[in-house]
Design a protein around this ligand. Structure first.
Ligand code: PMP
Ligand code: GLN
Length: 381
């Protein structure tokens, strides 16, 4: 036997792979891993074929296709009224995950501390640990998962290097308010703390709320890596394309890593997306589209014994099953697949300590017929 020193000894296969595999083994309706079960726009796939036929089949430039970077700059300007320079401040990545990995790798040195709000998307903490960084966790509690910024301050030390934000948040569907942003600004003023702002659900925000990107606040923008994903924007999670926005000095460091991490990403799709996102109608309706799905799914579940938590954004609905069972959420989710034919994600998977509030997460980025079939099963639980 070879003696391999694991760099992540406590880490197993991600919950998304585990639950999707279980769903497929038991032929269950898969509301676990977050991805749509309907096709993306055929006009978009047409543009990809066209780009391939037009010869976009060799390496794209390292930081990204210039037309795409310009289209991103234009879109960001239209929505947030902020200018990012396509040459020096925008990098196209292989999805949000790679952007997160690259930003952390570019910044985190052994011993650096990173503040993470849990429940948190599962790649943050392992990546920080791989780099020798220390995760400083702030565990948020249901039903609102609000942040007490005085508690955040208590996590600060001379080694605090970064804070990771995620709004709208996966898995809770909570969003940061303007008071949150003001408190954050006060806390980091005068420090060298950087921000990694995971905004992959920027367009998935409901009930007329505004997405408060860090980009809107100059004091935050100047110290932030902003991560976006075309998977969410275009209903094409399998394309694994996204981007990172950051001021020039941060982008310089980001690209030093990016060039050795992937060098460049899928060329024909970049060309196609550049063309596609020039039309704001290709993304303006997303919030309304998903809000309708959230409302539909939650109306169906009113007849069930699940208690639904607030969902202000993202494509996830969290639900408490504490009136149904006191099993661990992981066990409950396995039983839900095997006995009832519906797969969900146990929210304890998003806490490093596996904190179990008896809450599970459903993805509602599905055909209404899928949501209806799932709800029919869930009302029997
Ligand atoms: N951040 C969050 C909060 C996510 O939910 C996801 C998964 N969709 C990602 C990052 C990764 O995005 P991508 O699939 O583009 O890598
Ligand atoms: N972001 C998706 C989710 O939260 C899944 C991404 C993945 O499978 N890594 O379900």
């Amino acid at each position: 036997m070879l003696n391999i020193q694991s760099k992540l000894p406590g880490v197993n296969t991600t919950i998304f792979s585990v639950m999707s595999k279980l769903a497929s083994e038991y032929n269950a309706i898969n509301l676990s891993q977050g991805f749509p079960d309907y096709a993306c726009d055929p006009n978009l796939t047409e543009l990809v074929s066209k780009a391939m036929k037009d010869g976009y089949n060799q390496y794209a430039p390292m930081p990204g296709n210039i037309f795409l970077k310009e289209a991103i700059a234009e879109k960001v300007n239209k929505i947030y009224n902020i200018n990012y320079n396509p040459d020096t401040e925008i990098t196209v990545t292989a999805g949000g995950t790679q952007a997160i990995f690259t930003a952390l790798t570019a910044i985190i040195n052994p011993g650096d501390e990173v503040i993470i709000f849990e429940p948190a998307y599962d790649c943050y903490a392992p990546t920080v640990k791989l780099l020798g960084g220390l995760v400083k966790t702030y565990e948020l509690s249901p039903p609102n998962y609000g942040i007490d910024w005085d508690m955040v301050k208590k996590l600060f030390s001379a080694n605090t290097r970064m804070i990771i934000l995620n709004s709208p948040q996966n898995p809770t569907g909570s969003i940061l308010s303007s008071q949150d942003m003001e408190s954050l600004i006060k806390l980091i003023r005068g420090t060298d703390i950087l921000i990694l702002s995971d905004e992959v659900y920027e367009h998935l925000i409901f009930d007329g709320e505004t997405h408060l990107s860090v980009m809107r606040y100059p004091e935050l923008r100047e110290r932030s890596f902003v991560v976006a994903s075309f998977g969410k924007l275009l209903h094409a999670t399998g394309w694994k394309l996204g981007y990172c926005l950051a001021p020039e000095d941060l982008t310089k460091e980001f690209r030093k890593v990016h060039q050795f991490n992937v060098f460049s990403v899928n060329s024909p799709m970049q060309q196609a997306i550049a063309e596609y996102i020039k039309e704001p109608e290709h993304y303006n309706g997303i919030a309304a589209f998903f809000q309708e799905k959230r409302n539909y799914f939650s109306s169906l579940l009113q007849k069930s014994r699940f208690k639904l938590l607030p969902c202000k954004g993202s494509y996830f609905q969290c639900a408490s099953y504490d009136q149904i069972s006191n099993e661990k959420d992981t066990e409950f989710c396995i039983r839900l697949v095997k006995e009832f034919g519906v797969a969900a994600i146990p929210v304890s998977a998003f806490y490093q300590k596996n904190t179990d509030h008896k809450i599970i997460r459903f993805c509602f980025a599905k055909e209404n017929s899928t949501l209806a079939s799932a709800a029919e099963k869930l009302i029997n639980v």
